[in-house]
Write a protein that binds this ligand. Structure first.
Ligand SMILES: Cc1cc2nc3c(=O)[nH]c(=O)nc-3n(C[C@H](O)[C@H](O)[C@H](O)COP(=O)(O)OP(=O)(O)OC[C@H]3O[C@@H](n4cnc5c(N)ncnc54)[C@H](O)[C@@H]3O)c2cc1C
Length: 625
């Protein structure tokens, strides 16, 4: 049966990418359908119950600046908040929160249910429907076909998902869930290349079986750093779900924080792992997919860092209304009997009861160099990809892509220009540019070191950096836009005031740059909202570095502006090395700037291309005369 209504946008899969894609599309006024295999696992945290951390925290704030939901949802369901790298410069400080897993997913499900223009339906997408090189809909396991003008695929770790515990194998995208077995065939039919990746998760432990007296307590920060920009919203806009009266959260963000607990592996743990390495699915060659270097399994740690006598482990509570704990740092695909012994070799876990085993999952992903910077497929028009399916790992990376893909699916349907966030503007820009320009051979995780302009990407400035995109694509309410613009000019005014107000020894700004205490600041600024004060002090203190960064970006901007004609045949460009011409033909960069970041394309190639593009433009101008 073909469902009667044709939607503007269909989103396949309600994980962290799918949720943001569906909300973004519906909030732009597009009729949106969110198809997912099980609506009770919407936005389930398959791995650690945490949001944020290094670079990821900054990205969540960027999602909030673009009207996404992850930041609010984390603030409301967070049970512990910490600001990482607090002792270092503001640019690399990253908020991180432990969340109540069930509260996180149920609040997002509720948010989706209340979203106008959005329909949620429980069905597994078994295939895509194509017409004339375009995607026009989805087939499902219910033999119901849904038609849409654009489709966003956000199926995570589920495509031909296969889980491993030693030699034991089970089909599924995660424990207790299904595997999307047939959808991959649709992609291959459309000429979309697929490869295999792998990721892993640690065991879950029953809290009352843990001896916390043998561990070190890690408390949250007394002053929580939140992810959402509370200062540029009305309450109604911030906690919109709770205010419908259908649900009361029962606690304000940041209060009644819970603790995490630190312990470590022992010599015994190392011996167990080394003696049983051959039984590990990862080390016995059972797993085809490539795993994340940055999220190593315990096997990887004892192999790659063999010199380290022990590795730290963190017991993270999975929520308020549960006694389940996540063992951060003990991800493995060793057989269950070895897992048990390994857990019992850890101080405080000698009598631990396992609620869920650790396992590894391998799955299909679609190498992202097959995408345009809008996240639309180069092979199939109106088909967008976001999340783990693009080769990334992490809720935050998935959510960022989902939001961009959702916005651009709507823009494509409306014939409007796509939202392209550049790597000079935000971590989200770095993420997408890295994916579509360089691709990835292992699960891609965001780091501050990936962002060459990270000094400009301090978490507090996300709104100020991205407001032009939010305005251009109608992602925020006019009230919020006005509040952000007010904040922008207030910050500018204070910077000018500090630079122009002279006291003994120079301007107030000079004193700030010399590291003077807050006491030198005018009373009014001291009492201003912390978001304004922190941004003013940051920009004044780092003025020289920030201005240099801006100048650098301006210079780079020149080649970013030089667009490459989409139909340019690189093979025919005289003087271009064959290897570069082949790489350029594969990636089809949209600008000279993007071309310059393709690995294997060197500056000489870029000069030749620049001359070629200029010459053909001059030729066109002459013809028009
Ligand atoms: C075992 C495991 C370990 C992990 N370890 C880490 C880690 O260590 N560090 C880290 O950063 N991240 C880790 N992750 C990854 C993290 O969970 C993902 O990065 C994140 O969830 C990706 O979000 P997503 O939206 O792309 O996909 P997912 O969260 O996987 O969501 C996909 C959604 O799509 C639905 N779906 C899938 N196929 C279909 C279909 N055909 N039809 C309808 N619905 C469908 C699913 O039900 C699900 O709701 C791990 C994930 C797993 C499973």
């Amino acid at each position: 049966m073909i469902y009667s209504e044709t939607f503007d946008v269909i989103v396949c899969g309600a994980g962290h990418a799918g949720v943001e894609a569906a909300l973004a599309a519906a909030r732009m006024g597009a009729s949106t359908l969110l198809l997912t295999g099980n609506i009770d696992t919407i936005a389930q945290m398959s791995c650690n119950p945490a949001i944020g951390g290094q670079a990821k925290g900054q990205m969540v704030r960027e999602i909030d600046a673009l009207g996404g939901e992850m930041a609010i949802n984390t603030d409301v369901t967070g049970i512990q908040f910490r600001l990482l790298n607090e002792s270092r410069g503001a640019a690399v400080q990253s908020p991180r929160a432990q969340c109540d897993k069930k509260a996180y997913q149920f609040r997002l499900k509720h948010t989706l249910e209340l979203q106008p223009n959005l329909q949620i339906f429980q069905a597994t997408v078994t295939g895509l429907v194509f017409e004339h090189g375009r995607v026009v809909g989805c087939r499902t396991n219910l033999d119901v076909e849904f038609r849409g003008r654009a489709v966003v695929v956000t199926t995570g770790t589920f495509l031909r998902g296969l889980m491993h515990i030693g030699q034991n194998k089970n089909e599924g995208g995660r424990l207790g869930d299904f595997s999307a077995k047939t959808l991959s065939a649709s992609f291959l039919e459309a000429g979309i290349e697929l490869q295999r990746l792998k990721t892993g998760t640690p065991p879950r432990i029953l809290g009352r079986s843990i001896d916390f007296s043998k561990m070190q307590e890690q408390k949250g920060d007394a002053e929580p750093t939140f992810f959402a920009f509370h200062d540029t919203r009305q309450d109604g806009e911030l906690f919109h779900v709770e205010q419908t009266g259908e649900r009361r959260s029962g606690w304000a963000p940041g209060c009644e924080q819970v603790s995490c607990w630190m312990t470590h592996t022992t010599e015994r743990t190392a011996t167990l792992v080394r003696e049983n390495l051959h039984k590990s699915a990862m080390y016995s060659g059972e797993i085809e997919g490539v795993g994340p270097r940055y999220c190593p399994s315990i096997e990887d740690k004892f192999v790659r860092f063999a010199d380290k006598p022990r590795h730290l482990l963190f017991l993270e509570p999975e929520g308020r209304a549960t006694n389940e704990f996540y063992v951060n740092g003990l991800s493995t695909s060793l057989p269950f009997d070895v897992q048990l012994e390994m857990v019992h070799s850890v101080p405080g876990l000698e009598k631990a009861v396992l609620l869920r085993p650790a396992y590894a999952v391998e799955y299909d992903f679609a190498p992202p160099t097959q995408l345009l910077p809008s996240l639309e497929s180069k092979k199939v028009e109106n088909l967008f990809f976001a999340g783990q399916i693009n080769g990334t790992s992490g809720y935050e990376e998935a959510a960022a892509q989902g939001l961009v893909a959702g916005v651009n699916a709507v823009n494509k349907v409306r014939g409007a220009a796509p939202m392209i966030i550049t790597r000079q503007e935000a971590y989200i820009g770095v993420l997408i540019d890295d994916l579509v320009t360089k691709g990835t051979r292992e699960p891609y995780r965001m780091f501050t070191s990936r962002a060459e302009h990270r000094l400009l990407f301090n978490h507090g400035s996300a709104e100020l950096r991205l407001i032009h995109h939010a305005k251009a694509h109608g992602l925020l309410s006019s009230d919020r836009i006005a509040r952000i613009e007010e904040k922008q000019s207030t910050i500018r005014r204070w910077i000018e005031k500090l630079e122009s107000t002279r006291i003994a020894g120079g301007s107030l700004a000079d004193h700030v740059r010399r590291g003077a205490a807050e006491s030198v600041l005018p009373e009014e600024l001291k009492n201003a909202h912390s978001a304004i004060k922190q941004e003013v002090v940051y920009r004044v203190a780092y003025k020289g570095y920030l201005e240099r960064e801006e100048r650098h970006i301006q210079k780079l901007g020149e080649i970013e502006k030089i667009k490459i004609p989409p139909d340019l045949d690189f093979i025919t460009v005289k003087g271009l090395r064959k290897e570069s011409a082949l790489k350029l033909s594969e990636i089809k960069p949209h600008s000279l700037g993007q071309a310059s970041r393709i690995s294997g394309v060197n500056p000489a190639d870029i000069s030749i291309l620049m001359v070629h593009i200029e010459a053909s433009r001059a030729g066109e101008r002459k013809e028009r005369l």
